[in-house]
Write a protein that binds this ligand. Sequence first.
Ligand code: HEM
Length: 289
Amino acid sequence: MSTEQRPKRRHAVFSSPLKDRTGCFSWVKTICLTLCVAPALYIAAWWVAGRLGGRPIHQAMLDTGFWAIRFLVLCLAVTPVRSWFDWSRLIQLRRMLGLTAAFYTFAHVTLYAAQQGFDMGFVLGQMVTVFYLILGTVATLGLFALALTSTDAAIARLGKKWIGLHRLIYPIAVLSFWHFFLTQKIDIGTALVPAGLTLWLLLWRASAARSRRSLARLASLAMGVAVITALGEAGWYALYSGLNPRLVLDANFSFSRWSAAQQLTADFALILLLIAMRRLLSFTIVQSR
Ligand code: HEM
């Protein structure tokens, strides 16, 4: 049969969210899907119970924005975590996490429009004129483009171009964080922790391939990111609130309240400990054979 006569292989739009590539039921994907849906159910339940405060639409808009960024970070973490823990099957979760980030972004933008009484002229006007909303809009368009090209059929059709297109996730993450920071002038602590984790992941990806498995390299990147976070926090408050940067930096050495750099250091230490334990376990198993 010539190539022209051969019927074209049809690709399903999506493989089942509960099955792995071989078509078998996957516990890992099922747990991940449950965790992806849980925040939406939680927000909806609190709304119905009247526990979202005096401005429920606004609160739900903020919550969905925060979940969008969390799932974006989790999506970016798949490749590094897969490599650190030698857990190749983790890759099957990346699409689900990316689509979940796009879903929460959609909910976030829809709730923003709802907050403005769906006055679309005003909403679109704000989206193209207010700086932090322009950043959010560009990030949203990028995320939607990636979501629409995440189907099996699109991956097959785009071939090698797909990888190049999906590298856009990095500038999209930068724009999303920039948008996030500009909404948090008074207290940027909540934005700094996920931003620091993302910076760590991006620096790891930018490292030479041969040094990526080195724990010492990972630890030195973590220390660098903690220092950048502390300096960034001091600089931000000096710029926006006129606070003495020395006072903000000193707070990193007191334990009356956890600073972003301290929280990040604790997170990094836990992750490094888990990686070390995983490697020790593999080593012990190999030795005992
Ligand atoms: C058309 C696109 C977008 C619009 C119109 C929009 C709009 C907004 C608005 C109005 C706020 C609240 C600002 C305030 O109350 O001071 C906000 C906060 C936020 N947005 Fe967006 N946004 C967009 C895209 C995104 C994207 C793509 C992400 C992340 C993936 C995102 C994540 C966040 C986060 C994390 C917050 C802060 C939530 C909090 O304070 O807990 N937004 N956004």
